[in-house]
Design a protein around this ligand. Structure first.
Ligand SMILES: Cc1ncc(COP(=O)(O)O)c(C=O)c1O
Length: 346
């Protein structure tokens, strides 16, 4: 006889419905009310669980994906982890082409989750045969019965957020949200969530966060893909050297650019002040909020929702390593936190 046990059937039932958490300390000097949608609470520790499950289950519905099929993707790490996790539970093989900019932690983590990983050079153009886009395309062509998630050019990416992140935020704020601010990589998070929110209230301001070294902000403002905007930067998952069709530029009111250095310090500040252990792009979005506050974007009635896309544990050898921070010169600037000394008891 089966007893009533209060258990989830598997991990996948835990995807989405992440908490919205008021930011008390990091936002204290700012005008308005600030809330973070903390995506590190997903079982795969990032917002990418939402798109992975949506795209995979859509392929199953269409009969494209069958038991034992291979799922292929390009990923800076988070989407790969989500796909690997879902592949284990559903019984698929997972092949990932990742950028050499990805942290070793992320690559090791993907391999721990049973994925076959190809590491491709970060600083080559998107159409170079060595780029992770081209490598993934080739593997897809060579692997019979495979699907290519193609998150930068897949309309189901934004669709996932339209059906989950958007309605969740609308419900959690009881419709009182005034600003929605999110980092843009593929643009899926911001485009899908904003579409839902603007359908409820077209007055909501939607602001994208881009990196110095990326083309998105200029493309939004001019319609031009300016290759002079492209140069190497360190934040993973934010900005791009191409224009993803997954991004709906029309729904975004404005883009703000942030630096590697300020974003790293702001991520560390969030962890230390709020106790929410966040990734690099959570620092980037909060840094953008600080800049917007300086520009007078908010007033006392503003209810600002930001996305914290992933968990800090993925960045132990980067922003949470004092050595890495020092190597980047991130402690050289005046008026910025000093690394904490470790006391060794003898
Ligand atoms: C850590 C991190 N933050 C932010 C983003 C941006 O999200 P989106 O691709 O939905 O624009 C990504 C996407 O790769 C990411 O991995």
């Amino acid at each position: 006889m089966e007893h009533k046990i209060n258990a989830y059937n598997n991990l996948l039932e835990l995807i989405g419905n992440t908490p919205l958490i008021k930011l008390n300390k990091v936002a204290a000097p700012l005008t308005g009310n600030f809330y973070a949608k903390v995506e590190g609470f997903n079982p795969g520790h990032s917002a990418k669980d939402r798109i992975a499950i949506h795209i995979i289950e859509e392929a199953e519905r269409r009969g494209i994906l069958k038991k034992g099929s291979t799922i292929i993707e390009t990923t800076s790490g988070n989407t790969g982890f989500s796909i690997a996790m879902i592949s284990i539970i559903k019984g698929y093989d997972c092949i990932l082409a990742v950028s050499s900019k990805s942290s070793q932690d992320k690559i090791d983590m993907l391999r721990s989750m049973g994925a076959k990983v190809y590491v491709c050079p970060a600083h080559v153009s998107a159409d170079d045969p060595r780029s992770y886009y081209e490598v993934a395309k080739r593997l897809h062509e060579e692997t019979e019965g495979s699907i290519y998630i193609n998150q930068y050019f897949n309309e189901l990416n934004a669709d996932a957020h339209y059906h989950s992140t958007g309605p969740e935020i609308w419900d959690q704020t009881n419709g009182h949200i005034t600003h929605f601010i999110a980092c843009s990589g593929t643009g899926g998070t911001i485009s899908g969530t904003a579409k839902y929110l603007k359908e409820q209230n077209p007055e909501i301001r939607v602001i994208g966060v881009d990196a110095y070294g990326s083309v998105l902000k200029k493309y939004h403002e001019t319609g031009e893909l300016d290759n002079n905007e492209i140069y190497p930067y360190r934040i993973e998952g934010l900005g791009k050297n191409l224009i993803p069709t997954a991004t709906n530029f029309k729904i975004i009111d404005e883009f703000v650019k942030v630096t590697d250095e300020e974003s790293a310090h702001t991520a560390r500040e969030i962890s230390r002040s709020e106790g929410i252990f966040v990734g690099y792009t959570s620092g980037a979005v909060m840094q953008a909020v600080k800049q917007l506050n300086e520009l007078g974007e908010f007033d006392e009635n503003s209810n600002v929702v930001v996305i914290f896309p992933d968990h800090g544990s993925r960045y132990m050898s980067k922003i949470y390593s004092d050595q890495w921070m020092a190597d980047q010169g991130f402690f050289d600037t005046k008026n910025i936190e000093e690394p904490q000394k470790i006391e060794f008891i003898k």
